[in-house]
Design a binder for this molecule. Structure first.
Ligand code: KIV
Length: 265
């Protein structure tokens, strides 16, 4: 096995001028394949709520669901840094709650870090987790758990005041001790400015090419999510591949050509 990637390596990749790669994973087979392919960070995203469970948004996702996904991913991953996404209401209510739930991801789930959404308003929470040795990845800009405040999935940082607020969020997250920060749904020029002004790596999604790294939801990349997003490049059409395979199987069963004599005992 190649060397295990730690939070220290993530900073080093940035400092060396290389790009950080991150993808979501929710189960054992995908974790195994992504790890073998060489991704730096695997995120057990609460996007599981949308692409796995079929919820309308990420708000219904529970701690138990996230722990289940994280454990499965941990079993398939050997090398990549494993980050677990803290679901809505698992860290917003109180700092003791946040510490307890983040601890569960490390202790039960096998994660090596957690991700929480929110900037300046989450500074104390991030610090409280870092203080008990739970590495934290921040997430600012378009934060899907804030869908109702934002009035939908809207690009952030375009309106007056939002540029300064997002820069302040990035600095707050860094000051609180986060080891990296996701910038989601922000204009490329603003993501570039934030990336220049902070020391920790920025990981972009819908944030242009100037971030220290990029993340995508694996189901978008593979054409399995049933959605086409402007910022998500689709590298395969697995929905088509799966449909064709299933149709071939159905045809073979119906025609009696499966199972054959060789596939029988
Ligand atoms: O839940 C998720 O998958 C995420 C990434 C898209 C950053 O938060």
């Amino acid at each position: 096995m190649d060397k295990k990637i730690t939070v220290l390596d993530i900073q080093k990749i940035k400092d060396d001028g290389r790009k950080i790669t991150m993808l979501t994973a929710y189960d054992y087979p995908f974790a195994r394949i992504l790890d073998t392919s060489g991704v730096d960070i695997m995120l057990v995203g609460d996007s599981a709520g949308s692409v796995i469970a079929g919820y309308e948004n990420t708000l219904p996702v529970t701690m138990e669901e996230m722990i289940y996904h994280t454990k499965a991913v941990a079993r398939g991953r050997k090398k990549a840094l494993l980050v677990a996404d803290m679901p809505f209401m698992s860290y917003q209510v109180s700092i003791p709650d946040a510490r307890f739930n983040a601890g569960r991801f490390l202790k039960e789930g096998g994660a090596e870090a957690v991700k929480i959404e929110g900037g300046s308003q989450m500074k104390d929470t991030i610090k409280a987790l870092v203080d008990i040795d739970v590495p934290v990845m921040g997430h600012i800009g378009l934060t899907p758990q804030s869908i109702h405040r934002m009035g939908g999935y809207r690009i952030q940082g375009r309106k007056e005041g939002q540029v300064e607020a997002l820069l302040a969020d990035a600095l707050a997250v860094q000051e609180a001790g986060a080891f990296a920060v996701v910038l989601e749904g922000v204009p490329a020029a603003l993501a570039e400015k934030i990336t220049r002004e902070i020391r920790i790596p920025t990981i972009g999604i819908g944030a242009g090419p100037h971030c220290s790294g990029q993340v995508l939801v694996i189901h978008d990349l593979l054409g399995l999510s049933g959605r086409k997003l402007k910022f998500a490049r689709q590298y395969a059409d697995l929905e088509k591949v799966i449909s064709e395979a299933v149709e071939n199987y159905l045809g073979d069963v119906r025609s009696g050509s499966f199972p054959s004599a060789e596939e029988s005992f």
